[in-house]
Design a protein around this ligand. Sequence first.
Ligand code: ADP
Ligand code: ZN
Ligand code: ZN
Length: 716
Amino acid sequence: MTEVLPPTAACWVEVVLPTPAHSGLGDSLTYWSAQPLAAGTLVRVPLGPRQALGIVWRVHEQPPTDLAPAQYRPVSEALDALAPLSDTWRALLAFTARYYQRALGEVALAALPPQLRELDATALQRRLKKLNSAPFGVAVIADADGHATPEQDAAAPALSPEQAAALAELAHSTQPVLLFGATGSGKTEVYLRAAQALLQRDPQAQALVLVPEINLTPQLEARFCQRFGAHTVASLHSGLTPAQRLRHWLAAHSGQARIVLGTRMAIFASLPRLRLIVVDEEHDPSYKSQEGARYSARDLAVYRAQLESRTARCQVILGSATPALESWHAAEQGRYQRLHMPGRIAGAVLPRLRLLDLNQQPKQCLIAPPLLAALAERAARGEQSLVLLNRRGYAPVLACHACGWKSDCPHCSAHAVFHKIDRSLRCHHCGHASRVPRACPECGNLDIAPVGRGTEQVEEHLGALLAEARRPDGGPVRVARLDADSTRAKGSLHQRLSQMHEGEVDVLVGTQMVAKGHDFRRITLVAGLNVDSGLFSSDYRAPERLFALLLQAAGRAGRDAAFVAAQQAAVELWVQTWYPQHPLFAALARHDYPAFAAQQLRERASAQMPPFGFQALLRAEARTQATAQAWLQAAQAAAQAAGLPGLAQLTLYPPLPLTVQRVAGVERAQMLLESPSRPALQAFLNAWQPLLHALRRQPAGRGLLRWAIDVDPISL
Ligand code: ADP
Ligand code: ZN
Ligand code: ZN
């Protein structure tokens, strides 16, 4: 076969391809093209025996000098029906790859919809033509029976004074904004108005709205569709089919979609006229990716807004009632502008905290009698309650009291959770499932029993304990459960949520899913069970997470001032605890996030923890713990031997097993790195990465399955 000779070349292009860093191929490969190509163009090029999708990153008019021109291969096809990806987009992806220590090609190509890989230029052109045919706003705007709700605007409400003040500040703010608004203060309306104002100023502009989990808050998407019309709202999240994802991505990229709603992955959407980024519930841990490039979509939102602002002003709003301590600290330092909306809409009150001291309650009680009575009383008055227990399944473990056997997962260093509904033992780490044994597998004892409690058990107990209780209409009290198990079947999440909204459920039991952003109208009581582990965890972020979880859960109660007034209801957050004196509860009782944050930040400052110090983890996985740790040790030794930059300002801790040390038969270990200087940590990591790739191929890397760097980790 004769290669086409390059004298016909119009240009030479460096193409970024999905090559992993360890392939040693570098970030890009050079090809030639017979037609002129702009940087940012998507192309298909030969890569070994295959054809691969790539992105033109740089364009040269002259051939590079390292190989003879004839040795370069030509670009096979340019997908030039698509406008090139912008300089800003490429800068964002380049930064992400560099900062989070991943290969550029891997990160950049993963940011594109997978279907692009399969379409040729003609097929793509067809998709682009069809873009106009139907609205993007997806089926979530259908009610439980599948009827689509009318699409155009239920007129926007008159702003509350706090909302109006926040919007006035927003209009001329030049900094990232932290919208610190109480639960039920109407943050969504602020986002909607900010986007509206933007589109009035500039009808071509685009806004990106990030949410932690789109399926959990279908109301939000519905409200954006109502306000802006479903053909201007696109969404990007993992729940879309590949075809939908491509369609919505194209709508964003072509500029047709004015508003893009999405989960963390949407931070990489191509938005040629992006002028506003909103990160709703910015404290939510789901903004941090836990696989591949472990990026933080919240942090990248701030970075992206800054990049976009080089061409035209792009504003970023981080919204939360319980901001991440990093964001709070940035506001304290004046790097972010803080806008405060302390009041709830229409003067609704925040729940009053009632601590239930478990020392004073009957031993072994799952739900203390006063709480049970309160739940029955609420239901009797037609009010709803939420019961939060952050553990799904019936019980975390089954045990034999005769011999001490426990239902351990055969593949993980973790217990398999007892699910009574289908009498299974399921490992929540690897997914391994088995039948509950009839008798103890070790000693044959027939009396094996659940230890501890999960949401299934709470649901079952409440059903039994409230069996005598009645609703206002004389009917029985209806208890339902909302967790990952009860919402696995398609449509079941939506169904649960709408049952709750329609008042068809009186007591909803669930995991942290119940605490997220829902605008339930008839809840007057929220109860937290088993919260104490968050008070004394070895993870220094546990108190922050617990405080946020409880305050957010509490935030689901008493949102409708008129309902509360008509009921003359006491809006309450009940917490069962063995440690009612703990200072976290004192701040919680006052809904005093600033005091809580100040106290946490003092502790963090004295220990040089984030946000005062910067961290990264090197993680390793191997068949044995010794292999994983030995490799981490070798990695540390190699860094010291090479005298890497930044080392003097760095603390490298000894390798440790992860809390759940073995998952699916794989041993996991990690090593923590800390530095008071982010640039020093970055310089070190950048120099370390190539050493690690090399070390992987040396004897020290034998038996190592994989390794990864996690920059700014959120759980240790
Ligand atoms: P947050 O996100 O701050 O917890 P939401 O945005 O969910 O609060 O708003 C709480 C409730 O108040 C919603 O039902 C919303 O429709 C309503 N709401 C928001 N702003 C106004 C307003 N200005 N007038 C009347 N109701 C409002
Ligand atoms: Zn036994
Ligand atoms: Zn397992």
